[in-house]
Design a protein around this ligand. Structure first.
Ligand code: CLR
Length: 264
């Protein structure tokens, strides 16, 4: 397995083997999810804000646009896999995640990791000019032209706009990301009951944070976002199947192993 560090559960290492019920436990649950989010988010919001002026030049955009379809796919697959790796690290520190069987952890990551990457994209997105931080600078949708899937790119950029419009705090974003990951609706789960208990604790964490921020009305909007995420990820899978059929060699030998393991 390339999902390094996904170990079988060891109850002795897990401070949350008793599910959080009291308010103090919910506070602790939120604090560890927020800490895990912060430690795996690559850039702080302020750092990204300071980099906003760094845009790709005409010439640099040309270089991306003149890549072949498979070159650009390989390049993006590597970037995405890098981001997914941080999400795997984030997941491992969600209280209760490590209590799940290895199979269930992988099943949750298979569908959830891409969704969390897209949720996280909102931190890397500048709504003023519709650009995303990619390869060290801010890139508009035209940079991804040679992928030949403009419908997916448009949908991903629209989703980033929608997420940014919610103006979530880092705490809210952390809890929401955890909830996206710990989802009992995912296929192939062995022990749905156990996943459900973890899901409920994360849900109560998010409710708690929203209530504290006096923004309980956000809950409904966040559930709507989760439905959009679903459709985006099936579009991603559809595009990946299309690509693998046309460029079997690139997909087979040049994509990162973790990308193949999770999505292929
Ligand atoms: C998301 C947040 C992460 C850092 C990060 C890394 C790679 C970025 C990704 C973010 C957003 C989406 C992204 C991706 C690289 C390629 C991908 C820009 C900012 C675009 C949408 C192309 C997807 C193409 C696939 C179909 C291969 O912490």
């Amino acid at each position: 397995h390339d999902l390094m560090g996904i170990h079988p559960y060891n109850p002795l290492e897990d401070p949350y083997s008793i599910y959080p019920h009291s308010l103090r436990n919910i506070d602790e649950l939120c604090a560890s999810i927020v800490r895990s989010h912060r430690e795996t988010s690559q850039y702080r919001v302020e750092e990204l804000h300071a980099l906003r002026w760094k845009l790709f030049s005409r010439e640099e955009i040309q270089v991306y646009q003149s890549k072949t379809v498979d070159e650009m796919w390989q390049h993006c697959a590597i970037r995405l896999t890098d981001a997914v790796q941080y999400v795997v690290e984030f997941a491992k520190h969600i209280p209760g995640f490590r209590m799940l069987s290895q199979n269930d952890q992988i099943a949750l990551l298979k569908t959830g990791s891409m969704e969390v990457v897209l949720v996280r994209m909102s931190r890397f997105f500048n709504t003023e000019n519709s650009t995303v931080f990619f390869d060290g600078k801010f890139a508009g949708a035209e940079v991804f032209k040679s992928l030949a899937c403009s419908d997916l790119i448009t949908a991903v950029f629209d989703f980033a706009h929608g997420m940014c419009a919610l103006k979530l705090t880092e705490h809210q974003l952390a809890l929401f990301s955890a909830l996206v990951l710990i989802n009992t609706d995912r296929p192939c789960l062995e022990d749905r009951g156990r996943v459900q208990r973890v899901q409920r604790s994360v849900e109560s964490g998010l409710t708690h944070v929203l209530r504290r921020d006096n923004q309980e009305s956000l809950m409904h909007k966040l559930y709507q976002r989760m439905a959009v995420l679903r459709s985006l990820c099936s579009l991603h899978m559809e595009k990946l199947r299309w690509f693998s059929q046309r460029y079997p060699l690139t997909a087979h030998s040049l994509f990162p192993p973790l990308y193949k393991e999770l999505f292929a």
